[in-house]
Design a protein around this ligand. Structure first.
Ligand SMILES: NC(=O)C1=CN([C@@H]2O[C@H](COP(=O)(O)OP(=O)(O)OC[C@H]3O[C@@H](n4cnc5c(N)ncnc54)[C@H](OP(=O)(O)O)[C@@H]3O)[C@@H](O)[C@H]2O)C=CC1
Ligand SMILES: O=C(CO)COP(=O)(O)O
Length: 338
């Protein structure tokens, strides 16, 4: 049994805390609102994020970040990418003894184009970190708390740290692999949200299954093309953090990114969609970052460009699809030579 703290009591932080508590670990979860941590402690629920889920009574919650950081040597950080630097800087101030820090979020910071391990490495001093690990893969929180079979991957520069986290989470419904390609795992997790938004748009437009299959396949091709140019292992994109997560996010009714795209395809504005969701839609900010990365690395990412034009340049979804379909001829397999 280990002491573990989860920072962030949204859908994913709560589902992972559920797994850890089920595994017998002494798990404390931090939420920034006391009424929410009271609900977890007293009702053993977190209705705003995981409806009708009974949480293990052994799972405890606190809104006192200092207490939560002190509780454990392993910190699981589960806040949206937008809040990552602020949390990282607070952790830097609060950590007394070095901690193993695991993040489970999926995004890239626009403008700096930093991945989450890079942001955390900038915010948290090296002496406060035993290691940095990313956990990613096809894993909707709603299904994890139903104990439905789920597989994820953990990656770290430090193989032993990744293996420690693999052991911490593994159980009969939550299977964890390790992967040495931190860059590929983080890029796969972040960029699939862009393609899932686009998949939601084609579903919103009622374009059917051919269009969806095209988006997923060509989406994976452009994610891989960028990732390989940045130095990632192409095999990672055929794995859980790449194809696996892209399939689940582009097809699931649980996906906030797919839902957001679906509403855009049906004619709602981006403002309406983001304000109505009540949960994070990581793909919107990541589309900005991916558009910038494509320029910086001089990689062709037409689906990302089409989505960018809908989200940020006022183009209609149908116009973007027409543009995609009427581009010049291409070979399917020239991807890696770009
Ligand atoms: N949901 C899922 O199934 C999965 C999600 N992920 C990833 O996990 C990350 C977290 O997502 P998820 O839990 O789903 O998000 P949710 O929207 O469900 O919850 C977000 C949580 O973070 C808190 N929060 C929001 N902004 C900040 C901030 N600036 N500082 C501190 N806390 C903040 C919210 O607090 P409050 O309630 O007070 O607003 C809430 O507890 C995302 O990157 C997502 O892509 C990965 C795999 C699966
Ligand atoms: O990353 C996820 C599943 O693996 C969750 O996706 P959404 O953020 O689109 O709900």
């Amino acid at each position: 049994m280990k002491k573990v703290s989860v920072i962030g009591a949204g859908s994913w932080g709560t589902a992972l805390a559920f797994v850890l508590a089920e595994n017998g670990h002494d798990c404390l979860i931090w939420g920034r609102r006391q009424e929410q941590t009271d609900e977890i402690n007293e009702q053993h629920t977190n209705q705003a994020y995981l409806k009708n889920c009974k949480l293990p009574e052994s799972l405890k919650a606190s809104s006192n970040l200092e207490q939560v950081v002190e509780h454990a040597d392993i910190l699981i950080v589960a806040v949206p990418t937008k809040g990552m630097r602020e949390i990282g800087s607070q952790l830097n101030d609060l950590i007394q003894q070095p901690k193993l820090i695991v993040h489970v979020s999926k995004g890239i910071e626009p403008d700096t184009l930093k991945r989450i391990t890079e942001m955390l490495a900038e915010e948290i001093r090296p002496e406060a970190r035993k290691g940095l690990v990313v956990l990613s893969g096809p894993s909707h929180a709603e299904e994890v708390v139903l104990r439905h079979p789920t597989t994820v991957t953990v990656a770290s520069e430090d193989t032993r740290a990744a293996e420690e986290i693999q052991t911490l989470f593994m159980n009969s419904f939550f299977r964890v692999y390790t992967n040495e390609d931190v860059l590929g795992v983080e890029l796969g997790g972040a960029l699939k949200n862009v393609i899932a938004l686009a998949a939601g748009i084609t579903d919103g437009l009622d374009y059917g299954d051919n269009a969806k299959a095209a988006l997923i396949t060509r989406g994976l091709a452009e994610i891989t093309r960028l990732g390989v140019k940045m130095g990632a292992n192409p095999v990672t994109f055929a794995g859980l953090a790449g194809m696996g997560d892209l399939i689940v996010t582009a097809n699931s009714v649980h996906s906030r990114n797919w839902k957001a795209g679906n509403m855009l395809g049906k004619g709602h504005s981006l403002k309406e969609v983001t304000e109505g969701m009540g949960m994070v839609i990581e793909g919107v900010r990541t589309t900005k970052a991916a558009h910038q990365l494509a320029k910086q690395y001089d990689v062709s990412m037409p689906l990302t460009e089409a989505l960018y034009s809908v989200l940020f340049e006022g183009h209609e979804p149908k116009e973007a699809v027409d543009w995609l379909m009427n581009r010049g001829k291409k070979k399917e397999t020239d991807d890696f030579s770009n």
